[in-house]
Design a protein around this ligand. Structure first.
Ligand code: ZN
Length: 363
């Protein structure tokens, strides 16, 4: 009886207005069904799994399946997600990446550890300025040009100089000097085959170059990611002093809006279809294609302009083109050329059309 009554009280508390308890305290996922009874927060199933690995700072129970004593319910009542946020997220720097429910495990785990285990953002901490936070030096494993092996390379990031460099041998000069102006970073667990895999991109001679790196330590790679973000924030804040914060933050780093394999033919639409890996960057309005997903440079890139400039995407072949392929097709119309892509299935065709159309429709 008491068990049922307490369960009802807990579920009411999860939905109570003004508590923030109706969304996971760590990733924002709606309707969290677990709670940390040490921190007094409501969390989703996925984040509860991360909390379970930190028994020194947090302990979780299921709202529905576990027994909740009266005093624990009172504790949850006097705490809750909004109060925890005010304490543990008091000083999250503007450049720090706050993960969502669709982000990879290493980002979510390090966010939770940074908040509750290391208490990096409590009010007593001094918040590092972006220029200091955007300076970092150390080793990362970098994928070699043959795409087979990762090599240990020394990396140096300087927000003050606005560059990131890496060295093959420290006695020699840098192998690459990368301007923070075009620098981007995103986690790529599947593509790199590494849970801490990070894709770094930058522009060199009008082309996008990819670097793939990882670090054995989840904390190190997420710290690198946020250091890159701090350097980017420092650059953007300096270069665009009048742009409001909410427009600047999404430009710090970005993920590709869509990636995956499609088959592509040549400009005459009669050439053999070849499988290519496509990456769509909405900020640069750039559709790149690669022979291998881990190639350093794209085979080609297609600028995606606006509808009123003559860009269009639609299912099916262009007029007059016939190919004996019983697979879903996409035609991408640009002022200079019509591109034909073949997708594996209807779902992928729809996803690509939606992603491309999203960019064509955006001004
Ligand atoms: Zn969560």
């Amino acid at each position: 009886m008491e068990h049922d009554r307490n369960k009802t009280r807990l579920l009411e508390l999860q939905r109570a207005a003004g508590t923030g308890n109706d969304r996971c305290a760590d990733c924002g996922e709606p309707d969290p069904v677990w709670a940390s009874y040490k921190l007094g927060i409501f969390v989703c199933l996925y984040c509860s799994g991360i909390h379970r690995n930190l028994p020194g700072v947090t302990r979780v129970k299921s709202l529905r399946l576990d027994f909740w004593e009266n005093d624990l319910i009172e504790f949850m009542k006097s705490h809750g997600n909004l109060r925890a946020k005010a304490k543990y997220e008091a000083k999250v720097p503007p450049y720090y990446y706050i993960p969502h429910s669709n982000d990879c495990l290493v980002l979510r785990e390090q966010w939770i550890r940074a908040k509750y285990e290391r208490e990096e953002f409590v009010a007593a901490r001094v918040c590092q300025d972006p220029c200091t936070a955007g300076s970092r030096e150390g080793f990362l494993w970098k994928l070699g040009p043959g795409r087979r092996q990762f090599h240990k390379r020394h990396f140096l990031l300087s927000a003050r100089e606005g560059v990131m460099k890496y060295y093959e041998k420290e006695s020699r000069g840098p192998k690459a000097v990368i301007s923070v102006q075009s620098l981007n970073a995103m986690f790529q667990e599947v593509k790199t085959g590494h849970a801490h895999g990070l894709q770094i991109t930058y522009n060199t001679d009008g082309q996008t170059r990819n670097l793939f790196v990882y670090h054995e330590s989840g904390k190190e790679i997420v710290d690198w990611f946020n250091a890159i973000r701090a350097a980017r924030y420092h650059y953007l804040r300096t270069a665009f002093p009048n742009v409001p914060e909410h427009e600047l933050i999404p430009r710090i780093t970005r993920n590709f809006v869509k990636e995956g394999y499609m088959e592509k033919t040549g400009p005459k639409h009669k050439e053999a279809f070849k499988e290519r890996w496509f990456s769509l960057d909405s900020q640069e309005r750039n559709l790149m294609y690669f022979k291998d997903p881990l190639d350093e440079f794209a085979r080609g890139q297609i600028f995606i302009g606006r509808r009123d400039e003559g860009y269009e995407v639609r299912p099916g072949f262009p007029m007059g083109v016939r190919v004996k392929k019983r697979k879903p097709v996409i035609t991408l119309v640009t002022p200079g050329r019509e591109f034909v892509f073949i997708c594996d299935n209807d779902k992928k065709q729809k996803e690509w059309i939606d992603a491309l159309d999203g960019i064509i429709s955006q001004c």
